[in-house]
Unconditional design. Structure first.
Length: 385
């Protein structure tokens, strides 16, 4: 079977790329291991989608189909240091309607999959697993475990941080393990959150509250592995008390909605995001610390740019052309490197340290909070990323 583009991996970035190619003349194949299921109940994994990427999802026909009752705008954000520092952001002050949208991962993934299924130029191979990859000068060949062979001009690795496709292509990456887990859970809160997100830099990690529809919040606690295990072992009532106290009772008492789960935190840098007839997108290309909430936005940025490059290419240029792929790589490199550097630096800056460092970083938060010009620049970057 011959295709112009074969996307391996049906995560958010891979699906967004497939849907973004819906109006092109390209024949596209999507290889995904798991069948899609309609989300039931509240998903534990949530994402903060920037306004720029909400607009991108709108352009490809997905955002408008999301169930509005499952979306929550972030209209304000509070950042608290570990020694009195504070930084406040307001969508109103920035002249924006919201700073971000909180969306359930399962809800967004399901709508992207449903959109992909309706595409005339897309062939969906699901459930299917890749078995072998050959990248030649004239074409790429992906052999599935069941023996089917897919030939393509371009293979796109969208199969996550531990990408099989990237490894099969012989591309090397560098991992930095933070020694932390991200503990996530959803809670009902006694006091209204008024669409405000909160973040605390603490001695035991970084705690974040994300607003959900109704009087509900999602908690993300990036914390050392031993403390994460301790949190996961707590009974529901004890976990609620611990999380409420760590968040300074910001929204009053909490009641657990979904059990706490944890995932390993690590930074991943790929030396290149392209190879011969190969492009990496999403977590297959890069991962960052979740303190900024921008990991998924980087993935959507990859999908949008690669789709733009492919859609704008002249008919006589092959999808796997090296010059074409380098255009994609150059366009994405600056933002990815900058955001990885900023989040990694912030993580190290707010790790427990001796008192003078603590005083300095909290002074920096307070100083930035009083400097409206700097805050405006930070907000504008977040809105556009």
């Amino acid at each position: 079977m011959r295709f112009d583009v074969v996307i391996v991996g049906g995560g958010l970035a891979g699906l967004a790329l497939a849907v973004a190619l819906r109006q092109s003349r390209l024949s596209v194949a999507l290889v995904e291991e798991r069948q899609s299921r309609k989300p039931q109940g509240l998903d534990a994994r949530l994402y903060a989608i920037s306004p720029a990427n909400a607009a991108f999802l709108g352009e490809i026909g997905v955002w408008g189909h999301l169930e509005r009752s499952r979306l929550c705008p972030v209209e304000a954000m509070e950042v608290h240091g570990d020694a009195g520092g504070r930084l406040d952001f307001s969508a109103y002050d920035a002249g924006a309607s919201e700073l971000a949208w909180i969306v359930e991962g399962a809800t967004l993934s399901h709508e992207l999959r449903e959109s992909a299924k309706r595409q005339a130029n897309l062939s969906l191979f699901c459930p299917a697993r890749p078995g072998a990859l050959e990248l030649r000068a004239d074409a790429a060949q992906l052999t599935l475990e069941d023996g089917r062979v897919l030939n393509a001009g371009l293979i796109v690795a969208a199969d996550g941080a531990d990408s099989w496709t990237r490894a099969a292509a012989g591309m090397t990456v560098n991992f930095k393990h933070y020694g932390q887990h991200g503990v996530v859970a959803n809670f009902a809160c006694a006091q209204p959150h008024r669409n405000a997100a909160c973040q605390w830099f603490r001695d035991d990690g970084i705690l974040a509250y994300l607003p959900l529809p109704g009087d509900q919040i999602s908690m993300v606690w990036s914390t050392p592995a031993a403390h994460a295990e301790e949190l996961l072992a707590l009974p529901a009532q004890a976990l609620c008390a611990r999380v409420a106290a760590a968040g300074q009772q910001r929204f009053g008492d909490l009641q657990l909605i979904t059990p706490a789960v944890a995932f390993n935190l690590r930074l991943m840098r790929a030396e290149r995001s392209i190879g011969p007839r190969l492009a990496l997108v999403g977590d297959a290309a890069h991962t960052i610390h979740p303190l900024s909430g921008h990991g998924v936005n980087l993935g959507f940025g990859d999908a949008q740019m690669l789709a733009q490059v492919l859609n704008e290419r002249p008919e006589y240029i092959d999808c796997g052309d090296g010059f074409l792929l380098r255009r994609y790589e150059r366009a994405r490199k600056e933002e990815v490197v900058a955001l990885q550097g900023v989040t990694d630096t912030l993580h190290r800056l707010f790790m427990p340290a001796w008192q003078p460092v603590s005083l300095l970083r909290n002074f920096g938060l307070n100083l930035t909070n009083r400097a409206s010009v700097i805050k405006d620049v930070l907000i504008r970057y977040a809105l556009a990323s």
